[in-house]
Design a protein around this ligand. Sequence first.
Ligand SMILES: Nc1nc2c(c(=O)[nH]1)N[C@H]1C(S)=C(S)[C@@H](COP(=O)(O)OP(=O)(O)OC[C@H]3O[C@@H](n4cnc5c(=O)[nH]c(N)nc54)[C@H](O)[C@@H]3O)O[C@H]1N2
Ligand SMILES: Nc1nc2c(c(=O)[nH]1)N[C@H]1C(S)=C(S)[C@@H](COP(=O)(O)OP(=O)(O)OC[C@H]3O[C@@H](n4cnc5c(=O)[nH]c(N)nc54)[C@H](O)[C@@H]3O)O[C@H]1N2
Ligand code: SF4
Ligand SMILES: [Mo]
Length: 753
Amino acid sequence: MARTPLTLDALRTTYGPHLNLAPPGGWDADPEPDRLVKTHCCFCGQQCGIQLKVKGNDVIGFEPWEDFPFNEGKLCPKGVKRYLQGNHPDRLTKALVRTEQGFQESEWAPAMDRVIQGIQDVQNKYGKDAFAVLSGVSMSNEKSYLTGKFARLGLGTRNLDYNGRLCMVSAGVANKKTFGIDRAGNSWADIEGAEVIWVQGSNIAECSPITTDYIWRARDRGAKLIMVDPRITPLGRTADLMLPLKPGSDLALTNAVLHLLNKWGMVDHAFLAAHTTGFEAALEAVKDCTPEWASELTGLPVAALEKAARMWGEAKTSFLLHARGIEHQSKGVENCLSAQNIVLATGRIGKPYCGYATITGQGNGQGGREQGHKCDQLPGNRDIENPEHRAHVCKVWGCKDEELPRKGLSAQEIMNAIHAGEIKGLLLLCFNPLVSLPDTEFTRAALSKLEFFVCLDFFLSESAQHADVVLPSALHEEDEGTSTSAEGRVIKLNKAVEPPGDARPDWAIQLEIAQRMGQGKFFDHLKGPEDIFNELRRASSGGTADYTGITWKRVEDEMGVFWPCPTEGHPGTPRLFEGGRFYHADGKAHLQPTPWRPAMEVVDADFPVWLTTGRTVFHFLSGTQTRRIGFLVEQCPHPYLEIHPKLAERFGIADGDPVEITSRRGAMVLPAKVVKTIRPDTVFVPYHWPGDLSVNRLTARHLDPQSKIPEFKVSACRIKKTTADQLSPELAELQRMAYEARTNQAVLPERVF
Ligand SMILES: Nc1nc2c(c(=O)[nH]1)N[C@H]1C(S)=C(S)[C@@H](COP(=O)(O)OP(=O)(O)OC[C@H]3O[C@@H](n4cnc5c(=O)[nH]c(N)nc54)[C@H](O)[C@@H]3O)O[C@H]1N2
Ligand SMILES: Nc1nc2c(c(=O)[nH]1)N[C@H]1C(S)=C(S)[C@@H](COP(=O)(O)OP(=O)(O)OC[C@H]3O[C@@H](n4cnc5c(=O)[nH]c(N)nc54)[C@H](O)[C@@H]3O)O[C@H]1N2
Ligand code: SF4
Ligand SMILES: [Mo]
């Protein structure tokens, strides 16, 4: 029987009628805190330092933490307002259990009984692997590590994967192939002195806001900025060279640049000979990638392509940064490899002001991709199919090889297997696939087929509404642990307040389930996050992501330690690859050939417009958190369709008009935002909303064959002007609320919508 999504009356809708506009006690409350707690932002991979103002058991505001070296007190709007989640009326404080009448609040013990029964029923009937775990990397290193161990030894399933599969994995595969290690090559300090900064597929100002500051400092010293994006994003508007290419054509651009660098004799042959392999094959793959050829595919003028190659080629120092714009493609891995080839061909890595990085997305997107909660990975970024790697981890965990499951399915593949009826049970934590996976209707159908589904979250996410049991978990500021920032810096998250009601940290819930599943022998010695971290250090020892020398105390005292850090006396490694030493057994970087291929879906007569998706500065990921914070909703209440005036004119669309957007998967109606900063053959929609407002209704389940990342950045659509009555009721309501908020500022502080 298909399960229906459930809400609670008290939790009225998912679109945010409950917006937290005021700190606990209202705006008149005494603003004097009892204490300040130094910690880090719960949102993106920049992991800014922040001080939380705490009064009693409430976080009532923040103070900048100016001594923390990465952001020196600077924060973006999300960081500034994050404290409004803690006392939010939508916080889950009791377990919820599905009944015929809808969700009912439950005491902890009976809810946990139902969880254990549900897991056992599925596993007894269909086998251990029929129960899957999907997790996320807004969680600390400790929770990420424990999740890997919990799924494999606590539940005995091989089918564990995480939301980084939608985020960091293309870069991860490429980094391991080329460099033998998966981390940003440098700390951001190397950006400041670079002569040329190349940013490809990253909306830095909105998504990695603090990185903007590093780039500005470099530009104050004369650096030139090249930006590659179909949209002229805020930082792009200041670029020395803006390359607004067609979605999905990045590989043509970077291949042509390598072709030109070679043709013009701008390649560092001495570096290549001493420190790399594979250059000849990489060159062979781009021998026909002339600028004329690339111009056709990218839609960029030949002169612009030549200028980019010349700017890069003539510089003595440089830094190349990329993010999901090139990674969210069915050739995401090749896009990254091709970018790496440019960096290596010019020998500009592992030296001061010479660097390369993929910009990590989620809060712990870096740490979370090395502690072993990927389907093919063990802690220390070890390979689950490698016998030596398995032996090391079995020793630390005290298990036999046959007790340690092998490689399982990746995130989208798990959803496909649920849809196909092969996986019957799911434990979901820190992941909201109903909003964030492509092809929403497919995901909805899959979730409704599960025989048992338990979700851990602090808000009732759209995915959680399909669960049998929802267990209330703790917010970031209600737990402690470590996280690893985009730079590779391990930092300390400190606890400010206790979780409310029955809410408890994910690690405590997992330890309880493992114990109840009869696997306590592997877990009982772990009493809390510091024990978990110390075991993580041993499990990572000798792996590429080596945390052995990092202690909680060091992290606090030194304001972060960069891994790899193999011994306690080791200073940590802000800059990788110094002296041209890479992490493959031969010590060399391995360039890879990157022949061109098109996106899985391209524009045609039926679907003539490119559709791309991404973010706005005011919301975070699936929006579960930021759609509940009043200030952020006021700034950006609902999704919209970014469209160039020329394209808008062709369809008779004016700014604000409702537009129907249709792809091969589905259709939706959004108001137009007519802007000159996007290619006239492309439209863009931010993805932070659920249901009728989710652009993932339109995106496809096409995956990169190596990394298994979905092609969120490239699909084809058609557009048509429509009438206001076609807007979904949720959107109309959000527009009304935003209008009222703007025109009614005087009463705003008192209101809870
Ligand atoms: N405000 C905010 N910040 C965030 C997040 C958030 O949700 N909100 N999420 C965090 C996470 S998890 C992540 S992964 C990062 C993502 O950070 P980014 O990758 O910087 O953000 P996106 O908006 O996904 O995409 C970046 C850019 O790619 C462009 N793009 C689209 N198609 C193409 C293409 O084919 N080629 C190229 N070159 N560019 C293309 C888009 O126009 C967009 O400007 O942000 C992190 N920071
Ligand atoms: N169309 C389109 N789709 C995309 C993208 C895109 O650019 N375009 N970007 C993709 C990317 S890069 C990413 S990273 C994904 C992200 O997609 P998701 O991972 O689904 O996004 P989140 O909103 O972080 O979902 C996390 C859920 O976990 C909860 N949560 C947060 N912290 C914790 C915690 O510590 N414990 C527990 N138990 N729960 C917690 C939140 O309340 C939320 O409900 O979306 C992807 N989807
Ligand atoms: S969301 Fe990112 S940039 Fe903004 S304050 Fe948090 S960590 Fe810093
Ligand atoms: Mo991400």
